[in-house]
Design a protein around this ligand. Sequence first.
Ligand SMILES: Cc1cc2nc3c(=O)[nH]c(=O)nc-3n(C[C@H](O)[C@H](O)[C@H](O)COP(=O)(O)OP(=O)(O)OC[C@H]3O[C@@H](n4cnc5c(N)ncnc54)[C@H](O)[C@@H]3O)c2cc1C
Ligand code: SF4
Length: 478
Amino acid sequence: MDKHRGFLQHPREESDKEKVYTRVQHWHEYEHCMPAARLVRQAGRCMDCGTPCCHHHCPVHNLIPDWHALVSEEHWQQAYEGLDTTNNFPEFTGRLCPAPCEDACTLRLADASVTIRSIELAVIERAWSSGWVRPQRAVQSISARVAIVGSGPAGLACAQQLARAGYQVTVYEKADRAGGLLRYGIPDFRLEKSVVDRRLAQLVDEGVEIKTGVRVGADLPVNALECDALVLACGSEQPRDISVPGRSLGGIHFAKDFLTQQNHRVAGDRVGAEGAIVAKGRDVVVIGGGDTGADCVGTAFRQEARSVTQIQYHDRPPTHADILNYWPEPSPEFHKNDHDEEGLVRIWGWDTIAFGGEAGKVKDVALQRLTWSKDAGGAWKKKLVTDETQRQRAQLVLLAMGYAHPEHDGPVAELALDLDDRGDVAASDKDYKTSSPGVFTCGDMRRGQSLVVWAIHEGRACAHAVDDWLSGESHMPD
Ligand SMILES: Cc1cc2nc3c(=O)[nH]c(=O)nc-3n(C[C@H](O)[C@H](O)[C@H](O)COP(=O)(O)OP(=O)(O)OC[C@H]3O[C@@H](n4cnc5c(N)ncnc54)[C@H](O)[C@@H]3O)c2cc1C
Ligand code: SF4
């Protein structure tokens, strides 16, 4: 291939997805890795433009143009070795990342961006299947002990970095299995849990001790943890609620409860009939967009809901936006998602004003039209259009309006930690130190609800800060 001119010969290609009819009948992943020959061509589309905004816009600063060059010449193992220096868990980001790198790809100014996320996934999956991903045990042992609370991507990235540096690391997790939202938030059809398990096995091989079923701050007080430094990576677990008439009716649930139950079922756990949240045969209304809302929609279809409607607060984005006004940021354009073709109905620009019920159970959702305009300062303001209302039939309503902040009981209360003005645990992204000496925080607990790739970045950077605090300096990458 003519180096750096692949984009003139090959259009962008997407990875293959299983057809709707079959994929909604099971819980396995339905997006598949592209075959190697196609990936080599796709990597060859990288222009090596010299201004790699992709690298800058990737929160872990993956060395993207470098691995494109290596993959285009089929040097897969070297591509993996480069990827491993910046990202502890490319198999998670390769499946889940919204890929801000692709928005920032220079090729996007004239053509479709390079398919970076698919290439990342292919590199790491080839590394696993070829046996290149091995435990990286520390070459020295440091006696200092670090306790990490929370086993989501932030806690695990932090644990892996510190264990590889030689620290004695224990991760405490209140759930029965480790993984955080990778385990009990994101459904198997986007991330099969064997992918999480094989990475956990690597951490254990590297010396990380993982204790599940321990809620720190309740089962085990923080002051009973035997450690020289403590990292809190408890996520942002307080869901946003809605305060409208009818909220207490049966059949209205937080998204996380619905998703967690289904993840338990797929894992083979028994979920008793009492308290079970199921969409089968029901008209389901999901309130809120984002990844959580989309996962509720996909789960409801796989549970054989009669209909699924998603209510979005904001107006539908335009179908086209001038990229020159936005690059290297994403343009606010409407894109169909996978669930649109599964049968989703989306309603844009409506506010939920009440739930209607019958015999104590929800039967519909009352909506009122919203319009949006900018005030003099440029901030978006909503206005309810009072004469435009509608009701949506629903026997199951899922609240997917995001997460406000971390839980304020448990470790936060016990240590009386300072909070920032959003209610997240206060700590800067320079040193990750909370208001309590020797206590650090990272991930969604510090930055608010965010992305897997940011959690990995924060876990790595927090490990660097802990190492610096315990040893007086750090040579660890952050
Ligand atoms: C449904 C859903 C879908 C998502 N989809 C995507 C996506 O496609 N792409 C993407 O990039 N991001 C996605 N996200 C966001 C992403 O999952 C989070 O940003 C990320 O998991 C945050 O990582 P974390 O380690 O900070 O916290 P978490 O993953 O939330 O992990 C925190 C862990 O701490 C544990 N814990 C809390 N308190 C205690 C305690 N007191 N004692 C012991 N353990 C405790 C919790 O049980 C949990 O396991 C999604 C989020 C949700 C909810
Ligand atoms: S982690 Fe996300 S932003 Fe970084 S290279 Fe992968 S897809 Fe792009």
